[in-house]
Design a protein around this ligand. Structure first.
Ligand SMILES: C[S@@+](CC[C@H](N)C(=O)[O-])C[C@H]1O[C@@H](n2cnc3c(N)ncnc32)[C@H](O)[C@@H]1O
Ligand SMILES: O=c1cc(-c2ccc(O)cc2)oc2c(O)c(O)ccc12
Length: 242
């Protein structure tokens, strides 16, 4: 199954799980874009020229994450999956001046597409970009005294590893902190029958299976309170309570 990566006229990319694109655009135009900081809008517009533009975090999901970071006074965060930096810049703009973000991605080139806008916004000093597979970086952080050191984490990378990220992030994020997983509804495929999924290639099928498994795992994890919100492609907010 192919994800719809078509650009719309406002330089966003078709996302959303609502019954109509018209309603999703209504939400964006009414409640999200008017409040989107200028640098984020610019980064979204630049990203629209990238062939993978559909991977960027949805602005409506980003808006909620920004509010959550401000509510909990997040200062130290982890981001797994940066791409051109929409969620990274959103995070950098949501943290105080002395906030810090460990941002991990295997793709430095995509990060560099958004970097001039991050610099212009005056928030680059908050970002420690690490070009790497995420799992070894998370393990390194754990081995070097960072248990409970982070207030917030956002995961938006390879879906097949979300379970492994959760295991590590539950140690890195403090009690009272928040972990957000993107794509937990994966274009609705998590609720489809085997028949409906029969045309999927192995990448999409493996991702769907992994997200179905993650959703069950999170629902059963009593260390977190959760909310699965149908914003963007579905985000699950996990509040670590023990
Ligand atoms: C969906 S995009 C991230 C979108 C980003 N949050 C944004 O707002 O634009 C996924 C990113 O995860 C990265 N990625 C995939 N597998 C990874 C891994 N194992 N470790 C680190 N990064 C990975 C990809 O290179 C890609 O840039
Ligand atoms: O179409 C995608 C693909 C990904 C993706 C692919 C491969 C990886 O190793 C990581 C991520 O992620 C997406 C995504 O997060 C999204 O919101 C929309 C589309 C895609």
């Amino acid at each position: 199954m192919e994800k719809d990566l078509q650009k719309s006229s406002n330089a966003s990319v078709a996302k959303g799980l609502l019954q109509s694109e018209q309603l999703y655009n209504y939400i964006l135009e009414t409640s999200v874009f008017p409040r989107e900081p200028g640098p984020l809008k610019e980064l979204r517009e630049v990203t629209a020229n990238h062939p993978g533009a559909g991977m960027a975090t949805a602005p409506d999901a980003g808006q909620l994450m920004s509010m959550l970071m401000k509510i909990i006074n997040a200062k130290k965060t982890i981001e797994v999956g940066v791409f051109t930096g929409y969620s990274l810049l959103l995070t950098a703009l949501s943290l105080p001046h002395d906030g810090k973000i460990v941002a991990i991605d295997v793709d430095r080139e995509a990060y560099e597409m958004g970097l001039p806008i991050i610099k212009k916004a005056g928030v680059q000093h908050k970002i420690d970009f690490i070009e790497s597979q995420a799992l070894p970086v998370l393990d390194h952080l754990l081995e070097h005294g960072n248990e409970g050191a982070f207030d917030f984490a956002f995961v938006d990378a390879d879906k097949v590893n979300y379970k492994n990220y959760h295991e590590r992030l539950m140690k890195l994020v403090k009690v009272g902190g928040i972990i957000v997983y993107d794509n937990t509804l994966w274009q609705g495929t998590v609720a489809m029958t085997e028949d409906q999924l029969s045309g999927q290639d192995s990448f999409w099928k493996d991702s769907t299976d992994a997200l179905v498994e993650l959703n069950k795992l999170l629902a059963a994890d009593n260390r977190v309170e959760i909310s699965q919100a149908p914003l963007g492609d579905g985000i699950t907010i996990c509040w670590r309570v023990r």
